[in-house]
Design a protein around this ligand. Sequence first.
Ligand SMILES: *[C@@H]1O[C@H](CO)[C@@H](O)[C@H](O)[C@H]1NC(C)=O
Ligand SMILES: *[C@@H]1O[C@H](CO)[C@@H](O)[C@H](O)[C@H]1NC(C)=O
Ligand SMILES: *[C@@H]1O[C@H](CO)[C@@H](O)[C@H](O)[C@H]1NC(C)=O
Ligand SMILES: *[C@@H]1O[C@H](CO)[C@@H](O)[C@H](O)[C@H]1NC(C)=O
Length: 362
Amino acid sequence: MHFSSGLVASMAIILPILALPTSSTQSKLLPAADAVPGESSLFVNYAGKKTPLASKWMKAIAPSASGPAGPDDLLFQNLLSAEWIIYSFYQQAVETFSPCDFTKLGLPNSTYQRIAEIRDNEAGHVRIFQNQISDNSMKPGPCKYEYGFGHNASIFLALQVYIEVSSMAFLTGLSLLAEANISKSALMAIGQVETRHNTWSLIDVYNTSPFSGPSDTIYPYANQILDMTNAFIVPGSCPTENPVYPTPRQDLPRMAFLGNGTTGRPGSNIQFVFDPTGNQPKFVDGTDYYAVFYHGVNTVSVPYDPTKNSVQIPKPFDPDTGIVMVSIADQVDAPTEESVVAGPLIILEQPGILTLKEPSVA
Ligand SMILES: *[C@@H]1O[C@H](CO)[C@@H](O)[C@H](O)[C@H]1NC(C)=O
Ligand SMILES: *[C@@H]1O[C@H](CO)[C@@H](O)[C@H](O)[C@H]1NC(C)=O
Ligand SMILES: *[C@@H]1O[C@H](CO)[C@@H](O)[C@H](O)[C@H]1NC(C)=O
Ligand SMILES: *[C@@H]1O[C@H](CO)[C@@H](O)[C@H](O)[C@H]1NC(C)=O
């Protein structure tokens, strides 16, 4: 996930553009308050700049009943807060860009329409997750977000890859926490849609292989990935009723890597840095630390010397496929959430053109 001192510093001052219709035609396309995902084109191929979400859904919704929380309410509260970040990313893009911003880059004329369609899908996810939270629990509302793409369509498209691979990874991880069987299936079904969004980009935007090898990457602690996305939230901008995001929040030190002296590929050395604006790791003398790498269904631990911050990305991992994730732990293979002391970090392997340009390179 991204941070660079410039980007983080700018977050506090640049507020996202408000959701406003940009033409009289579009302002007549009022969102249907009762539109149901799976039964409405608003969540499929609506192309307007105005949000497909009715205003009654665009806020924190107080519990309408009292009683015990549903078994997966907490999970879906965390996921809904994450979804607001993802939906708003696309909504801001739909408002900011026009089809020509993408054709100017040599991309297909359909690019803007696809981004609007992804926005529609994400708005559908907002409604699905709101419905998954029982009436006994509050449904978190949207905050203000700053993603740092400004008016630059190339930066937006690069960030889009990170946002999609992050959501594929945290949805996979959240299925480990789901209580109800139907919740597990719902998470899998949503994750597959995020994968399609990523696949579209690999084919149409980056003109590269759409495949990521036999398995996408499993990272066991989904809330740690969600926590990384806090970097997009304008501090203090969330509805006061919202629960802490994510709950529970470890607020681990955020990691990036130096782009010089590495290819970012399996077998290459990589030097980590910690976000100077956030928490710093507290390394205890005499404790052994490990850089724990994840790729596909594999986990590989490499001894980590906190005075050097430099390790080799495991050579056996497939090159050029999907992502590699890494965190620093005080036990081999990070068997518990608490054993992780910093990270995680996503190293994007595909498309390779973004590996060293990634927003996380300090
Ligand atoms: C995209 O294609 C449509 C239909 O062919 C055309 O009307 C429109 O002007 C094109 N837009 C751009 C940005 O090239
Ligand atoms: C967008 O950002 C890229 C990467 O930083 C840069 O090379 C390009 O010139 C920018 N485009 C515009 C239109 O500013
Ligand atoms: C989930 O499905 C399995 C297999 O049908 C069943 O044994 C289990 O009780 C179900 N779990 C819940 C929480 O319903
Ligand atoms: C990479 O850049 C950092 C910070 O600018 C510098 O300290 C370090 O020596 C560089 N490493 C290599 C291998 O060039």
